[in-house]
Design a protein around this ligand. Structure first.
Ligand code: FA5
Length: 350
């Protein structure tokens, strides 16, 4: 036994450090603090290493005894640190669970469900009627050249028919198309001389118009059928089928002579009023008939200019206003209501 230190004194020192360590560990509030305490106790210049420094002063026979005493202390401190760490982990888990607690009885967040726009509804229905009788859908550019919008449609520069279709010009030669008819020429150029050619062209169109039945942007569906021996009777049959599918089995149609530079002969097509059945009412302005579209037999100039031989083939074409059909179908009295995006109106189409 050394003269300088007695076993008793050393035991007391080790015990004191043990008590100290237990207190320090118990006082920590979180992992970070616990980490600092660990260094203070077991680190290189921590309390335990300080105790071990005494070893040098011990007699040889006391050293194993003291070594074991310190080892036990290290084990005890390590156990306490681990227990405290476990406590913190558990606490953290609990508080995360508490924060993330989901109350399954709370009402869910309702997502507003959109609805089809009436114009899209009408367009879809119209497309499916024509698809059902063998037409295919093609689409084309809204920014169109003067050539396709007018010249290819047999409307040369300075022709008075241009007056009815004033539009928005991007350059002298580029404009927002005033009708879907330019797609007649584009489609014929693409497919000539193939027959039969049987397409519809839905899309946006633009004019310098604005009143209860005219908007600056509106939608049309163009129809085009090119084949051998096509007659006005074929046109009438297709349009009668369309009118009955769209507005009811009892509908009749009538063709009135009209003029379009790109068809000859040209007709305006009316359907018998689906509101009064033809006897006369406010909707049909007491005439019993409602105008729905323009049509005619494709003009030979248009056929020739687009690559078909007018001696060999002929065809019919028609142009329907989709918004007007939607307006009639859904009983709206101002076409502009379709484009002001009033949700009260749009909601009725759920
Ligand atoms: C034409 O646009 C011709 N391209 C139709 C045609 C095609 C005739 C093929 C012969 C052969 P019109 O200008 O009449 O024709 O217009 C056709 C339809 O578009 C009208 O019946 C109407 O329903 C609709 N429409 C025209 N202008 C407007 C507008 N500003 N707002 C809403 N609908 C319109």
């Amino acid at each position: 036994m050394s003269n300088l230190v007695t076993r008793e004194k050393l035991t007391r020192q080790v015990e004191l450090m043990g008590e100290d360590a237990a207190q320090l560990i118990a006082q920590t509030r979180h992992s970070k603090e616990l980490g600092e305490v660990r260094i203070k106790l077991l680190g290189r210049s921590g309390s335990l290493n300080n105790l071990l420094k005494e070893m040098g002063q011990l007699a040889a026979e006391d050293r194993p005894w003291y070594g074991e005493l310190c080892n036990r202390l290290r084990e005890e401190v390590t156990r306490l640190l681990a227990a405290q760490e476990e406590e913190f982990t558990q606490r953290e888990k609990e508080s995360t669970l508490l924060a993330e607690k989901i109350d399954l009885t709370l009402p869910g967040q309702m997502r507003a469900r959109g609805s089809w726009h009436p114009v899209s509804l009408a367009q879809e229905q119209m497309e499916s009627i024509f698809l059902g009788i063998g037409f295919s859908i093609v689409t084309g550019p809204e920014v169109e050249t003067d050539y396709y919008n007018f010249q290819a449609m047999n409307i040369p520069k300075d022709h008075p028919a241009r007056e009815m279709q004033d539009t928005f010009y991007l350059t002298d030669d580029l404009l927002l198309r005033t009708h879907t008819s330019p797609m007649q020429a584009r489609t014929m150029e693409r497919f000539a001389p193939q027959i039969p050619l049987k397409v519809i062209v839905p899309g946006k169109t633009y004019r310098r118009d604005e009143d209860a039945t005219h908007t600056p942007m509106f939608h049309q569906i163009e129809g085009l059928y090119v084949d051998r021996d096509v007659s006005l009777a074929h046109l009438k049959g297709v349009l009668l089928h369309f009118a009955r599918e769209m507005f009811g089995r009892e509908r009749e149609i009538r063709l009135r002579p009209s003029f379009f530079p790109f068809t000859e002969p040209s007709v305006e097509v009316d359907i018998s009023c689906f509101h009064c059945g033809g006897t006369g009412c406010r909707l049909c302005k007491q005439t019993g008939w409602i105008e729905i579209l323009g049509a005619g037999m494709v003009h030979p100039h248009v056929l020739q200019g687009s690559g078909y031989d007018p001696e060999e083939v002929n065809g019919f074409a028609f142009g329907l206003g989709i918004d007007r059909v939607a307006m009639l179908k859904f009983g709206l009295d101002d076409l502009r209501a379709l484009f002001t995006n009033d949700v009260r109106l749009l909601k009725t189409f759920h």
